[in-house]
Design a protein around this ligand. Structure first.
Ligand code: HAM
Length: 439
């Protein structure tokens, strides 16, 4: 950038501050990493199209009560991780920590129960949780999620697990599907009682958090990663032994579907998931070498009561979400190659001010004629433009200079052979298409 010239005039001072940094736990996604995000977007779109899910975008800001009422008052998210505040008009708002409750809200608000059921939706966007930032844990992170509302069949649980499984496997990530059933409300009440009984005389050995969980959020005792608590849970009662007949039937039928689809799963009796809206099937996707699920790539399950909890009618539902930063980190760790990006058809180079003007207008013409075109109008030397074209792997470079402008021609250079041809300006587009074998 050109420096401001020093003149005899009194200098105009710019008031500068110490450069503000990103907020703790939030990250810029720089151009150099966008290839991963472009790939994610393409992959999400293609999976959503294959399984007929429609995109929904909900606002990042929601009313606080949407989450306090549905995720559970004693969950980590509600107790300590929400970015919540009161706005200028006194509304209690929150940056969404997850997107299943917002999707259920939107389903009710827009009368989607009047559409043919089930309604199949997917989303992709940022979520916010005020967690302690560490590897695999950010305060702003991105999720892709798939949700089906309005169908109680175990086939739906299986479809959701199939999509989650395929999403990761088709990128080359090896995973294990961890699955459990936490049952319906009745099963859960019986199981909670059994757990409290089991831990009653072990309270002194629990970590401080679990001591509190014992009465407030008993199921979460099983989720604790503290070594003391991990050892204690080994002989704890298991959810499957407390399932009502209908919950047991739902679970076994879901597993039968998974067997038929040849999806390998691990029955994990201690998987309970951290949010209150779940019932029956719960599952997580762990990277193959992750033995504890500390940085699960994704998770989900059934949430048959959520829509009703938000004032809607009875609507069985099921879904999952993946954490995209964790998926991308896995792709990088495992050195999984991304599919190659499409190489531009032509590179448009220019020499001199006049040619640059003409080239900028011609660039638009090329774009509109269905050619993928690249250029860099801030480079002036031909060599650096040719180097760039080479780096991109472009086969045809068009060169526009002073002389070509006068003659109304353009130089077409084949980058492999180095052969250059002079072409009449009006015939360039058909000539390129002919060379590329395009109609
Ligand atoms: P969740 O398990 O809380 O579920 O989050 C899903 C995924 O988001 C996690 O497995 C993880 O990959 C990612 N994630 C969560 N917190 C963070 C964080 N602080 N930093 C980076 N990644 C994170 C849900 O959110 C449910 N709404 C999923 C669902 C959809 N259930 C039914 N439908």
């Amino acid at each position: 950038m050109p420096r401001r010239k020093k003149t005899a005039e009194p200098e105009i001072k710019i008031k500068s501050i110490k450069t503000p940094q990103t907020v703790r736990g939030m990250k810029d996604i720089l151009p150099v990493n966008q290839k991963y995000w472009d790939f994610m977007r393409d992959h999400i779109k293609s999976i959503a199209e294959d399984y007929s899910y429609k995109r929904i975008e909900t606002p990042i800001l929601e009313n606080l009560q949407l989450f306090t009422h549905t995720l559970g008052k004693q969950t980590d998210i509600v107790e300590k991780e929400m970015f919540s505040f009161i706005d200028k008009s006194g509304e209690k708002l929150v940056l969404r920590p997850e997107n299943t409750a917002p999707v259920a809200r939107a389903y009710i608000e827009h009368g989607m129960f009047n559409q043919p059921q089930p309604v199949k939706l997917f989303y992709f966007g940022p979520m916010f949780r005020h967690e302690r930032p560490q590897s695999g844990r950010q305060r702003e992170f991105h999720q892709v999620g798939f949700e089906i509302l309005g169908d109680a069949s175990p086939a739906i649980d299986a479809e959701i697990i199939l999509i989650a499984n395929n999403f990761l496997k088709e990128m080359g990530i090896e995973i294990t599907v961890q699955i459990n059933s936490i049952g319906d409300l009745e099963s859960r009440a019986a199981y909670r009682k059994a757990l409290q009984e089991y831990y009653k005389n072990k309270k002194a050995s629990l970590c401080a958090d679990c001591k509190k969980r014992l009465t407030k959020n008993t199921l979460r005792l099983l989720d604790c990663k503290n070594v003391k608590c991990v050892n204690l849970k080994e002989n704890a009662p298991q959810t499957v032994d407390y399932l009502t007949e209908s919950s047991r039937d739902h679970f076994f039928r879901t597993l039968e579907y998974l067997d038929e689809l040849q999806i390998a799963y691990n029955l994990n009796p201690f998987l309970v998931r951290g949010l209150d809206y779940y019932n029956n099937t719960v599952f997580e996707l762990w990277e193959k070498d992750d033995e504890t699920g500390k940085t699960a790539l994704g998770g989900g399950g059934r949430y048959d009561y959520l829509v009703e909890m938000l004032g809607g009618r009875e609507t069985p539902a099921c879904g999952f979400a993946l954490g995209l930063e964790r998926v991308i980190a896995t792709l990088r760790d495992k050195k999984i190659d991304l599919p190659k990006k499409k190489i531009p058809d032509v590179f448009l180079a220019q020499i001199g001010e006049q040619a640059r003007k003409k080239a900028m207008a011609f660039f638009e013409q090329l774009r509109k004629s269905d050619l993928k075109v690249a250029a860099n109008f801030s480079k002036q030397k031909l060599k650096s433009q040719l180097d760039l074209a080479n780096k991109m792997g472009v086969k045809i470079v068009l060169i526009l200079g002073q002389r070509e402008i006068v003659d109304e021609t353009i130089l077409m250079r084949d980058m492999d052979s180095g052969i250059q041809e002079v072409i009449n300006f009006k015939k360039v587009i058909p000539e390129i298409k002919k060379t590329l074998g395009k109609k």
